[in-house]
Design a protein around this ligand. Structure first.
Ligand code: ADP
Ligand code: MG
Length: 385
């Protein structure tokens, strides 16, 4: 396959890969994508989330605290792991590799500093080589080159999915970090959408659970700890004054800010030690996650953008306590199911990166400058064959 042949295809079958800051696993979304007259059609053929082994999770977690040589090695090691996962996935699901035109790989974020730098690794040359499939990766860097923050990028896809809808819609994704896109009703231009990283997603709760159980548990399954604990209003108020929460737009963040280090700092500040203390911490951080989403909406958008409906995606949608708090805070809006719009909430991000990969091949610029702060629209992603 040559680049020109790929570009000339009216429909691309793309395998989107997402490995988020939660380090829970690799999401694979195989989708058939076309883009004609600015109209996106995208059908998910298959989706699966494959959990990482405990050792691999630990390895990925260690990369935040490592040296240059390890990062260099990790770039290849992670990609080899992914190509093994993909090969097994294809065999297990009897998917013929020849039907896949392209891979769209988000990469593993190692560092992200708003407006300055961002690094996603998992060398795409390895994926192209091992799987003999062209790959688009490293989506964020061209936006940063153009003066933006390289995040969030999914709003472009949200716009294509939800424009022309007669209800104003807020699309919230709760991964390690949370972000939302607002699509005003009857929206006809990208310039009308609003989006930001709101702050923590599951990342803080995950970190608290991991610290409390010495990594025996990875997350607060079904919000059980949060339900047992009591929200501490003093802690919560302090959390809501975090500099990121009050920072003006445009903004994006990462687990350098809302990650394990921050949770360790809170634990030490409030001298949290026993089981009850950790349950209260998890309850408070769970509430903080929901409140930081609402606070972003209140602070920046509520006067101009009343919200008719909210769709929640990402792993956080499976946490009943986060959802309960969100429903209480956004009580004026209706929470609707993504599935009703043909979008699997678990698959959404991997699906979006499959779409962004196709956009790169068709040379459609896919950053939204008003969201990322970039000076202009640019093509996102580097291509390897
Ligand atoms: N049943 C559940 N109960 C509570 N939290 C859950 C559940 N399932 C998933 N999660 C949360 O979702 C996270 C994974 O979300 P994901 O969207 O994959 O994030 P990322 O994009 O950062 O990888 C887990 O770390 C966990 O916090
Ligand atoms: Mg994940």
């Amino acid at each position: 396959m040559t680049l020109i042949n790929l570009k000339n295809k009216k429909t691309l079958t793309v395998l989107g890969l997402m490995s988020g800051t939660s380090l829970d696993g690799l999401d694979l979304c195989l989708a058939e994508i076309s883009f004609d007259n600015q109209e996106l059609k995208s059908k998910v053929l298959h989706f699966e989330s494959i959990s990482y082994t405990k050792e691999f999770k630990k390895y990925l977690g260690s990369l935040a605290y490592t040296n240059t040589a390890e990062i260099c090695r990790a770039n290849f090691k992670i990609a080899r792991e992914w190509s093994d996962i993909i090969q097994n996935y294809l065999i297990k699901n009897s998917i013929d590799r020849d039907i896949i035109d392209l891979i769209g790989s988000h990469g593993q974020t190692i560092w992200h500093e708003h407006g300055q730098s961002t690094l996603q690794i998992g060398e795409s040359a390895v994926l192209s080589h091992d799987l003999a499939i062209p790959c688009v990766a490293d989506f964020r860097v061209m936006d940063v080159a153009a003066g933006g923050s390289g995040a969030p990028l999914v709003p472009f896809v949200d716009y294509l999915w939800f424009k022309n809808i007669n209800r104003s819609t807020l699309l919230l994704n709760i991964g390690g970090i949370a972000n939302f896109t607002i699509i005003p009703k009857n929206c006809i231009s990208q310039n009308e959408i609003q989006a930001l990283d709101t702050g923590p997603g599951n990342g803080l709760v995950d970190a608290a659970i991991q610290i409390a159980t010495d990594n025996k548990l990875a997350y607060d399954k079904d919000g059980i700890w949060a339900k047992k604990g009591t929200i501490n209003p003093k802690w919560l108020n302090k959390l809501l004054q975090h500099p990121y929460i009050i920072k003006p737009l445009p903004k994006s963040t990462g687990k350098e800010v809302f990650g394990k280090d921050y949770v360790r700092q809170i634990i030490s500040e409030y001298n949290i030690q026993n089981q009850k203390g950790f349950e209260n911490l998890v309850a408070t951080l769970t509430r903080f996650t929901a409140e930081s989403v609402f606070s972003a909406y209140q602070r920046f958008y509520s006067d101009k953008y009343p919200i008719d409906q909210i769709l929640v995606s990402g792993g956080g949608a499976n946490n009943p306590q986060i959802m309960k708090h969100l429903m209480e805070l956004f009580h004026k809006s209706e929470f609707v199911k993504s599935e009703d719009f043909g979008i699997d909430p678990e698959a959404k991000e991997a699906h979006a990166f499959a779409i962004l990969a196709a956009m790169r091949i068709w040379e459609v610029p896919s950053n939204v400058p008003k969201v990322t702060g970039a000076k202009k629209q640019v093509l996102l992603g580097k291509i390897t064959f």
